[in-house]
Write a new protein. Structure first.
Length: 151
């Protein structure tokens, strides 16, 4: 499984503008309107499912990475979106630091373990500090794609 199997350039947003956890969830969720992943009339349901997942435990990991995710009937096919925030956003991370890299997984409700495999693959990024720094400082989505393709 590769991260790039689920991510496309139109679902990468450099410089997310929201500064709160709920704002980031909403801004990133809207990226799934690209590629026929979530329809606009189902966006509220997807957001509700994302927020419910966050109530279980924060998806803010460590090393500046957050991986918000949800299985939802609003999602047509599994996909990934990515966003960056230069100064970071408080996301209830394990290490108490802010998150600068956001990877959001949208999975259909009937998904078995595939979304967990993708979650594990994204988590491996934290082992490569040089890569994380390059991703945080990228100023074009194509640059992010090239970095992730090499990974």
């Amino acid at each position: 499984m590769k991260i790039m199997d689920y991510l496309s350039e139109d679902r990468i947003k450099i410089g997310l503008t929201e500064k709160t956890k709920s704002g980031i969830l909403e801004e990133m969720a809207k990226l799934f309107l690209n590629g026929d992943i979530v329809d606009s009339e189902n966006m509220d349901e997807f957001l509700k499912d994302l927020n419910e997942r966050e109530k279980l435990s924060s998806t803010g990991l460590q090393d500046g990475i957050a991986i918000p995710h949800a299985k939802s009937p609003a999602v047509k096919k599994m996909a990934l979106a990515m966003g960056t925030v230069k100064d970071g956003v408080e996301f209830d991370c394990m290490d108490g630091e802010v998150s600068k890299l956001f990877f959001m997984i949208a999975a259909p409700e009937n998904t078995k373990g595939e979304h967990l495999d993708l979650l594990a693959e994204i988590s491996k990024l934290s082992y490569d500090e040089d890569l994380l720094e390059k991703l945080e400082n990228a100023d074009k989505s194509l640059e992010i794609i090239k970095l992730l393709e090499k990974f």
